[in-house]
Design a protein around this ligand. Structure first.
Ligand SMILES: NC(=O)c1ccc[n+]([C@@H]2O[C@H](COP(=O)([O-])OP(=O)(O)OC[C@H]3O[C@@H](n4cnc5c(N)ncnc54)[C@H](O)[C@@H]3O)[C@@H](O)[C@H]2O)c1
Ligand SMILES: [Zn+2]
Length: 369
């Protein structure tokens, strides 16, 4: 096993480390114990992840000095449909039944759903407990475990109730990627490509040069890629923690992506697939607005395609409907939509656009199917 890579999210007194490497789960106990002053730990996970990695994590935690044994595990049901206040309440109750106090630490072992739910529970129970993220999906490792956004869905929409609550530590074990489904893995790669497009031209080159190793989930290659992504997200978050400006660049591809997810009732695509189509659409909008050239649109499309991701709007989807759904995006303001345009590899800008412009450019994309 290579030395873990480390990135620090600089947020003054709330700064924290992200460690990335193969096999980190088996030594998570000492890393968690290093936080100090722990009364008890509560491990939140789901049955799928628990069966794969729960014992490794519990054994390591229970062997660490300063952490009591046995470790309490709270299993939440697997799936986005369980990202609800009811699930959060279940965690509250277990923490309180266990006699948790302000020195208790919540540990989130799983993908973005576990991280968002456990993070929100930690943010609010007893007015805030520390949370440690042990992300096990690629999406969670490169995106959701870093940055402190936590929350749940409501019938009115996704992620509408939540809090900013930064973790105290993030440990991303890239060996976990080996058990992910191909679809979930590719979906995580969409967010990796997104980071390259908005902030890191070299990351895009790396993905192009090492496509085979990336698709083979080579843990060493993926450790350097995950760490690089965490560094990008850490930098953006440290400069705009609560998304008042710069952090919006991480929404590249998401305006259309979210619209597509909504229009297809969240059934047809996993998030990263919709984002992949959304990024190609956003690149076409960028081309139309004179922000990037046609070669970059083609380059992006072929990279996403080689990573197993869809790049075009589904046949039969009315682009006016997409424009309407874009307008309903919670980021739409009175005059238009704050849209992230790519200026080519590693560079982007924000621009207020009329949804009609977005729809028109997407028409080109659909025509290319
Ligand atoms: N907080 C943020 O900043 C942020 C950012 C992006 C996305 N999100 C949220 O993240 C969620 C999506 O996260 P996700 O894509 O990780 O989905 P997920 O958490 O639903 O995980 C996907 C599936 O993979 C399983 N799984 C997890 N790790 C595994 C492993 N190593 N091997 C095999 N199976 C494994 C899970 O049990 C689940 O069935 C959404 O709710 C989204 O809103 C949050
Ligand atoms: Zn996303």
């Amino acid at each position: 096993m290579n030395e873990p890579l480390q990135v620090t999210v600089q947020l003054g007194p709330r700064s924290y480390d992200i460690r990335v490497g193969e096999g980190l789960l088996s030594s998570c106990g000492s890393a968690v114990a290093g936080l100090g002053n722990i009364s008890r730990v509560i491990l939140v996970t789901n049955p799928t992840v628990d069966a794969l990695y729960g014992d490794t994590v519990r054994e390591s935690l229970e062997a660490a000095p300063g952490i009591e044994s046995p470790v309490a595990t709270v299993e939440i049901a697997d799936g986005e449909e369980h990202k609800t206040l009811a699930t959060v309440e279940g965690i509250y109750d277990r923490v309180l039944e266990l006699g948790g106090d302000r020195n208790a630490v919540v540990i989130a072992l799983g993908g973005g759903v576990v991280g968002d739910v456990a993070g929100f529970a930690a943010a609010t129970v007893l007015r805030g407990l520390r949370v440690v993220m042990l992300p096990t999906t690629l999406l969670a490792q490169v995106d959701s475990s870093v940055g402190g956004k936590t929350g749940v869905n409501r019938p009115q929409g996704k992620n509408l109730v939540g809090a900013f609550h930064q973790p105290s530590l993030v440990l991303a074990d890239t060996a976990c990627l080996s058990t992910l489904s191909g679809r979930e893995y590719s979906a995580g790669l969409a967010e990796v490509v997104k980071h390259g497009v908005v902030a890191d031209a070299e990351l895009l080159e790396l993905l192009e040069q090492k496509t085979d190793a990336v698709l083979a989930r080579d843990p060493a290659v993926m450790s350097s890629i995950v760490a690089r992504n965490c560094a990008i997200k850490a930098d953006v978050v440290s400069r705009d923690e609560t998304e008042n400006g710069l952090r919006r660049i991480l929404n590249f591809g998401h305006t259309v992506g979210h619209a597509l997810e909504r229009l297809t009732d969240y059934k047809r695509y996993v998030h990263g697939e919709a984002v992949s189509i959304g990024m190609v659409a956003a690149a076409r909008v960028s081309l139309q607005q004179g922000a990037c050239d046609a070669a970059f649109v083609e380059r992006l499309e072929s990279l996403l395609d080689s990573l197993g991701l869809p790049t075009s709007l589904p046949a039969g989807l009315d682009r006016e409907a997409v424009a309407g759904a874009v307008m309903h995006d919670k980021k739409a303001s009175g005059d238009g939509v704050v849209f992230i345009l790519t200026e080519g590899a590693g560079s982007c800008r924000q621009q207020l656009l009329d949804p009609a412009d977005i729809a028109a450019a997407m028409g080109d994309s659909a025509a290319g199917v």
